[in-house]
Ligand binder design. Structure first.
Ligand code: FES
Length: 92
């Protein structure tokens, strides 16, 4: 059985407006485009009072702060492999 990459996005209003709204959409698109539904566990978190450094994202339990969508998808591709035909476009 393949382990899933666990991604948890802070869905508090500060992180959401600082970029997790965009990261969420980019992740959902990428999961769908690459049929990674069984390989990625995506979840949301409440505010953990680290708002000033957000948007906050945990990938396999490690906290990342201030990521843009391209960097987050690169982390995902490192774990799952790049899709054939190169990196998919990121739509905003
Ligand atoms: S809104 Fe994300 S830590 Fe507060």
């Amino acid at each position: 059985m393949t382990e899933k990459v666990e991604i948890a996005l802070c869905m508090g209003s500060s992180c959401f407006m600082r970029g997790n709204n965009i990261l969420l959409r980019a992740l959902e698109d990428s999961i769908r485009e690459n049929a990674w539904e069984d390989r990625v566990a995506l979840s949301g978190l409440r505010c953990e009072n680290r708002c000033g450094q957000g948007p906050n994202v945990f990938v396999d339990g490690k906290l990342y702060q201030g990521l843009d969508a391209g960097t987050l998808l690169d982390l995902l591709f490192e774990r799952l492999g790049r899709p054939q035909g190169g990196k998919p476009s990121i739509r905003f």
